[in-house]
Design a protein around this ligand. Sequence first.
Ligand code: NAG
Ligand code: NAG
Ligand code: NAG
Ligand code: NAG
Ligand code: NAG
Length: 419
Amino acid sequence: MAKSLRWVPFLLLLLGVLLVLGLGWIGSDKPLELRATSKASKLSKAKFIEQAKKIAFEVEMAISKSKTARYLDRSLTGNPIDDCWRRDPKWHLNRTRLADCGIGFGRDAIGGRDGEIYVVTDPGHDDPVNPRQGTLRHAVIQERPLWIIFKRNMVIKLKQELIMTSYKTIDGRGAKVHIAYGACLTLQYISHVIIHNVHIHDCMRTGHARVRNSSTHCGWRGMADGDGISIFSSSNVWVDHCSLSKCSDGLVDAIRGSTNITITNNHFSHHNKVMLLGHNDAYKQDDHMLATIALNHFGEGVTQRMPRCRRGFFHVINNDYTHWRMYAIGGSANPFIISQANRYVAPNNRYAKEVTKRANTSKNEWKKWRWISENDIFLNGAFFVSSHQKSPVTNKTTSWDPKTTADAGVLPCRIGSRC
Ligand SMILES: *[C@@H]1O[C@H](CO)[C@@H](O)[C@H](O)[C@H]1NC(C)=O
Ligand SMILES: *[C@@H]1O[C@H](CO)[C@@H](O)[C@H](O)[C@H]1NC(C)=O
Ligand SMILES: *[C@@H]1O[C@H](CO)[C@@H](O)[C@H](O)[C@H]1NC(C)=O
Ligand SMILES: *[C@@H]1O[C@H](CO)[C@@H](O)[C@H](O)[C@H]1NC(C)=O
Ligand SMILES: *[C@@H]1O[C@H](CO)[C@@H](O)[C@H](O)[C@H]1NC(C)=O
């Protein structure tokens, strides 16, 4: 008995060694393929971020160059988009020039640049199934590229979502155009859209109705959330100099694999959930979302999501945050966020001083993310909680400048004079 017991420790040891080897074997063999793909996806993620940083750097350079130019020429604003077209008193003779003034990830959006001009004359008579000639809905369902302008001041109240087609510009310069008190804009499975100089507000839930999305197709729509601008599986979108407020859902929401988006020079106010970028935490296609948020003013009465990001790459540069109730920039599911040269003015509520908010994540997890603040200005106790910041990401050549956001929102452009 005692003799055979002598072997027990040895046998246990042997068993232990086999167990470790076995586990190691299971561990290394089965997930081998998985490991290889995760290595590859890590590589492609690194490459994606490298390319994104390059474009972010171009934006930084464009802004710092414009600011330098203003020192030499006081008639400039220091805003690279505005200085590209606004000084021309005959801007109305060359409206499409705007399409070449974009910056950031949505800079290639050409809208209706290569098409004719369509003049909207009729603000009323919204027929979602058979749109009348002269209405905005009739313009946006045409398959050919169009640069859409407005004959006079108008308030357009839409019965159902305005479902746009690709290669369209909505250009409100020269008139006061409000899209309000009804459904608002939907960009779905399309590309190359520019939305410029329109008021979008009081957008409401609609749906459960037939809506025409092209001259050849009219389909049933479910419930629409009531976003100001809903960007769904769409790319190359530029929203510039709009004033957005008071909608049922987001003011600008981009989801479901949308990418190459630029949101610039807008004025956001009186709204809770301002901007959602990314569908849900598990939606992998949003890994490739690229969005530039620049030169905007987040003003009175806004609460949160400026923006709220998931998964992709977000460059937030030279914006003015003068109000928020809960937080400014939020996110989940490991988004890459560069916050650069913004001004953050915290509210007086001492529990809402933090610019950032991570949702649905423990600190152990989010400390590995990259949320980076460089050259931002913090006032009234505002502070940014960074993640994983080792060396500078930007060149730090630009800092927040009040002149560049002073004209955010709709511009009062009059035909025949400088805008
Ligand atoms: C319009 O602007 C473009 C620059 O984007 C320029 O090439 C073109 O000559 C201009 N056309 C007129 C009529 O001024
Ligand atoms: C209109 O909707 C139909 C059905 O969803 C879709 O197949 C078609 O591509 C859409 N057309 C445009 C121009 O978006
Ligand atoms: C988005 O832009 C990048 C370059 O910035 C380009 O490589 C990519 O193909 C674009 N994606 C779409 C869907 O337009
Ligand atoms: C929280 O994260 C998990 C894991 O990534 C995800 O499955 C879940 O949908 C997230 N919840 C919310 C509310 O986003
Ligand atoms: C600016 O940053 C870019 C990319 O990070 C880098 O390639 C470049 O050398 C930098 N330029 C200067 C002047 O620091």
